[in-house]
Every structure is written in C-alpha cells, then in structure tokens.
Design a protein. Structure first.
Length: 80
C-alpha cells in the first residue's frame, strides 16, 4: 500500500511541478518518474538542511520542491 501512495504522491508532485514551472508536463508516466525522482532529491535536500516533511502534505511538498529542482536542472542542461 505504501508503494501505491508513493506513486500517487509522485504523480501529484510531478504534475504540480509542471504547473509551477509553466511546463506542459510529461504525461502520466513522465510525471510519475519526475515526481519520484523529485521526492528522492527533495528528501535528500531537506535532510541536508535538517528539515523533514511529515504526513501526506509534507511529503507532497518535499516531492514537489524536489521535482521543481529537477525541472530547473533539466531546463538548464537542455539550453546548454
């Protein structure tokens, strides 16, 4: 069941990051991958700062921030 929640949070975080960054999104699978990788990146960044996101909303915020950071890196690399 936790894998299902992880996937749902990943999809939501990927979609939210696409909306915040004014992107068209990458489809359901792309948003899932973006959100999952974003969750890993966000979790790592927040752990470095000593901050944790507890609960469903906290996990969604952490994953979304990580996905936004990943989108920023992808856009910078695409321009280069």
């Amino acid at each position: 069941m936790s894998l299902l929640w992880f996937c749902l949070i990943g999809i939501a975080a990927g979609w939210l990051a696409g909306q915040v960054m004014k992107g068209g999104g990458f489809g359901v699978v792309g948003d899932l991958i973006l959100g999952v990788v974003g969750a890993l990146i966000g979790g790592y960044l927040f752990a470095l700062m000593g901050v944790g996101g507890g609960g469903l909303v906290g996990q969604l915020v952490v994953a979304t921030i990580g996905a936004i950071a990943l989108l920023l890196v992808i856009r910078v690399v695409k321009r280069a």
